[in-house]
Design a binder for this molecule. Structure first.
Ligand SMILES: O=C(O)c1cc(=O)[nH]c(=O)n1[C@@H]1O[C@H](COP(=O)(O)O)[C@@H](O)[C@H]1O
Length: 233
């Protein structure tokens, strides 16, 4: 089965720009992610169009609310027939269990965001969260696994440790991916595709390094080649 490991973040303000970019990609080499900005602007019809073009869609709305509200949102998202959706693990055990129950029996996979890759230790200290990102991410990932979700979103820097504690089969989806000579943008906890795959990441979320490239397909092919080599070594 074709299992593209790269998920392209379609972080665009409108449907036309997103579809233009999607038309320049190859759905055999990548999946796509529709986040808050694009979904707010373009809604379920855009998701439907991307699926008709052959793309698996990760609907990244990062739900975080009381259990009942989150579960209802997950049910609505899964009813679109998307490949994957997510919630914030910081919503806690009751919320995670309610969310998972809401997608039970559906084809849609549910994963949870641990700590955002833009958060540094100083950012955590500022809001009185003690401990290192690594420890907090590990606790949230183990909680997510206990609640029966399919995996977590985490920084690739945490993937090796998480793979060791969660074992195989629990998906690690890692944003904050940059080429070794790439621009960091606003990401803090970043890694290259090679180190992410070697450390146990299953899927790599990549946005601007591909979507802002003059030639997105060539950029995708380069990242994909690096992933293929890493998976075979
Ligand atoms: O859930 C996510 O996808 C996500 C979680 C996280 O911790 N950090 C993070 O960057 N993301 C998303 O991953 C994408 C990264 O995009 P680039 O920084 O442009 O590669 C964005 O769409 C973010 O919303």
């Amino acid at each position: 089965m074709n299992d593209p490991r790269i998920i392209i973040a379609l972080d665009f303000p409108d449907q036309t720009t997103a579809l233009n970019l999607a038309a320049r990609l190859d759905h055999k080499l990548c999946r796509v992610k529709v986040g808050k900005e694009l979904f707010t602007a373009a809604g379920p019809q855009l998701v439907e169009k991307l699926m008709q073009l052959g793309f698996d869609v990760f609907l990244d709305l990062k739900f975080h609310d009381i259990p009942n509200t989150t579960a209802a949102a997950c049910r609505a998202a899964a009813s679109l027939g998307v490949w994957m959706i997510n919630v914030h693990a910081l919503g806690g055990e009751k919320m995670l269990r309610a969310a998972q129950q809401a997608v039970e029996g559906r084809k849609t996979k549910l994963i949870a965001v641990t700590l955002l890759t833009s958060m540094s230790r100083d950012d955590l200290r500022e809001i009185n969260i003690a401990g290192t990102p690594e420890i907090i991410v590990q606790q949230l990932a183990l909680l997510t696994q206990r609640c029966g979700l399919h995996g977590v979103v985490c920084s690739a820097l945490e993937a090796a440790n998480l793979r060791a504690v969660t074992g195989k089969g629990f998906w690690l989806v890692t944003p904050g991916i940059r080429a070794s000579d790439g621009n960091q943008d606003d990401q803090v906890r970043i890694a290259t595709p090679t180190s992410a795959i070697h450390d146990g990441a299953d899927y790599l979320v990549i946005g601007r390094p591909i979507t802002r490239s003059l030639d997105p397909l060539t950029a995708l092919q380069r990242f994909n080649d690096e992933v293929t080599v890493a998976l075979n070594n």
